[in-house]
Design a protein. Sequence first.
Length: 69
Amino acid sequence: MNERYLVDAVMDTAKVTTNGQVTIPADFRRLLNIKPGNKVLFFQRENGDVVIENASLVERAKSQIENLV
């Protein structure tokens, strides 16, 4: 994990609606550069940590890497 995140840790809570929806807190949207219409990627690491990423940025990076190979 990047040490910057440990020093400038951001924590917040969100309520789950009856439809299973959650509003991502504004600090995390800014941190992950999540804009309206972006997809969000959820995955679990082997140690059990759950990670949320901006899938739009992940897909763009993956595409750029594939173009290099």
